[in-house]
Write a protein of this length. Structure first.
Lengths: 403, 403
């Protein structure tokens, strides 16, 4: 069933500005789906004759929104770091934990040791919980392999998730996550490996290339060289920027016109102007700030500056083991100054913009029929009722998904 | 099946101080259940012969904890207040919303209008989600009826929830929630009605009496008179105290030896000493502070002063429409300065202490066999992975519950 007529939609979030307001809300609406794509959107009283015979799904007055686009995750990993979480809560800084063999290096070891079937099994389970909570598209990064074999393994596992579940996966190569311990005394050698060996090999297996450009990770010059090589191989550039300090990552994102600049916890006004002029999407992580007990990301400031904002889980075993975009919307609203409508846009259309997916995150003719029926009469319920799963039904490419 | 032998428990939270530490953690443990009660707890290698033939439930290395005791909720209500939530996020204060016909009065009207079957249906649905997320005992207050008929109706609905679900309900009379609009010009008349009519009638239907003693609600003198009358009718005293200001509620709680003082957002040192001397439990609401965008409750300060701390949802349609104690544990840990072990204790043994339930919230011989099997190998997973439902199985009085 990829043809469907949704009726009885009490409130429809279209994200279509021509419908009025940021979310383009419609009430008492209907949506026609043909071949897994949105074919028609409008008032239920005005469904065209050609769609009236489609199989009907009565939403009973409930709200319908686009599926969530979680545009930044590290979903493939071995082990967990619950002990490290407890250390952080005793007051140790993330930088200190990274410096003492914890942090990303810990997960690199566990991921290399895990083996493909274990990684795939764990990743599919995580993605299944994400899908059940409303995420219909997920970006998944490599970056815990840090050698050719394991980086390609991670990209392969990420891509394979979509063979097991009705979820779209966008794989991103993040070989430049940290310098692996075996290159501790040869940073230049690792950067060269990334540029000359890994990127050419990853090019057929990823859509984007990301670099962690920050204090303790890669410098602006290193990141520039890596992303330049990536672009030559057709991988769009993204950056982990300004998470740990005012490291120049946001400026680099603006300079090279990165698709997204992610984190942005440390910003000056010049950074913001540069990102706006470059058309870069700001990807923010309210639950990372919550988990790290730091100030929330500057969502209000970026939004008010006219920069497109996306929110995402950053799901990873260190700083935010969060799979649920409903929680991200709630925390964005309650801590980071976004209104419920802005947070809803940022979790749907914003995420799709950050992944350059023109046909996702909105409900207009031609778009993918990735839809959520809520157990509520308004999208407001998601931030209003944190901790309760309000997704009653997930529809992927026009097909109701069993979750 | 109320007899059961749980084996393969990777980590068991007993809350038994004789086992060491706050949580009395055991590893590679087993628990024997007979007649719905804990019969034996210890190392799996040491199960006594008399329990070895009980029906076995292999936990496969997972963690087991006591069921959550959500010791403060307003679970029976009509309507919702999502619009008011959106107003608050635009910057309006709770006090202003209360003063302009919103707030509790709004829910009083919707509750009076709802009718018993609608109230019961909605409350059972909320309680079912709570149970599924691990709450095996829930306190439910009246307080949206504010006349004899509807206060008794609310208490009846609360009690009836336990006829529909495997959850224990502790009903609390909260006629003194606010002064209803029809007594706007006759506060004294309403207090008299509460004392002379409602309390005697509620006595057979509730276990505790609560008063909202705060700015804009009931004064210390009014609360003292109401709780004194309640005690004469066998209802243990509780107080909503110091939520909106330094209103004297905490001092009153100490003076009368209240079972609990709830909220306590505004405290001076003298209040804390008084509560400690009185043996009053402090009931705190991390998700209310999150939802209201105010400072987190003073959990650390109270804990360090030696006061027993409980955490609860305060589930209500105005300030915290939260049903999930796993989220409360996570937010307590991430915002209010409790360690994961303290938050876990506060959500189990702390909640039971706040309701004077000696047989709940711990896993020791004689206690109720209310247990949670987690989809994780440690209780740490709950604050570490917010937004993911980590309760794999709920066991109530020794019986696995289908949720």
């Amino acid at each position: 069933m990829t043809d469907l007529l949704l009726t009885g939609i009490g409130e429809l979030v279209t994200n279509d500005p021509s419908k009025g307001g940021l979310l383009g809300l419609l009430h008492d609406a209907a949506v026609a789906v043909k071949g897994g794509r949105i074919a028609w959107v409008g008032a239920e009283s005005e469904v065209p004759a050609e769609f009236r015979e489609l199989p009907e799904l009565d939403c009973g007055g409930r709200a319908v929104t686009p599926g969530f686009v979680d545009c930044h995750t590290h979903l493939v990993f071995g082990g967990d770091r619950a002990d490290e979480f407890a250390r952080r809560l005793r007051g140790e800084s993330y930088e200190k934990i990274m410096a003492t063999g914890g942090g990303i290096q810990n997960t690199v070891e566990a991921t290399r040791a895990a083996g493909r079937s274990s990684l795939l099994n764990d990743t599919v389970r995580r993605a299944k919980r994400m899908l059940g909570a409303g995420t219909t598209t997920v970006e998944i990064k490599s970056g815990y392999g840090l050698d050719l074999e394991h980086e390609l393994l991670m990209l392969g596992v990420a891509t394979s998730v979509a063979d097991h579940l009705a979820i779209d996966v966008v794989p991103t190569f993040l070989g430049a996550h940290v310098v692996p311990s075996e290159y501790e005394n040869d940073r230049a050698g690792y950067v060269q490996l990334v540029i000359e060996v890994m990127i050419p090999a990853a090019a057929g297996h990823a859509r984007f290339c990301d670099v962690f450009c920050d204090v303790g990770a890669f410098s602006v010059d290193e990141a520039r060289r890596i992303l330049s090589a990536a672009q030559e191989h057709g991988l769009g550039p993204r950056l982990h920027a300004n998470q740990l300090g005012h490291s120049g990552g946001a400026q680099l994102a603006a300079e090279i016109g990165a698709v997204s600049a992610d984190h942005l916890d440390h910003l000056v006004d010049g950074d913001i102007a540069g990102l706006r002029d470059a058309g870069t999407v700001a990807v923010l992580f309210p639950t990372v700030s919550l988990s790290l007990q730091i100030d929330p990301p500057p969502a209000r400031r970026l939004w008010d500056a006219g920069i497109p904002v996306a929110i995402a889980t950053d799901c990873n075993p260190g700083t935010s083991y969060v799979e649920n975009m409903q929680l991200v919307i709630a925390i964005a609203t309650l801590t980071a100054g976004l209104t419920p409508e802005e947070a809803t846009w940022a979790a749907t259309r914003g995420g799709a913009r950050a992944l350059q997916l023109g046909d996702k995150g909105h409900v207009t003719p031609g778009a993918a029929a990735d839809l959520l029926m809520l157990e509520a009469d308004s999208y407001l319920a998601i931030p209003y009722r944190p901790g309760t799963d309000l997704v009653r039904m997930v529809i992927k490419d026009g097909v109701p998904v069993a979750t």
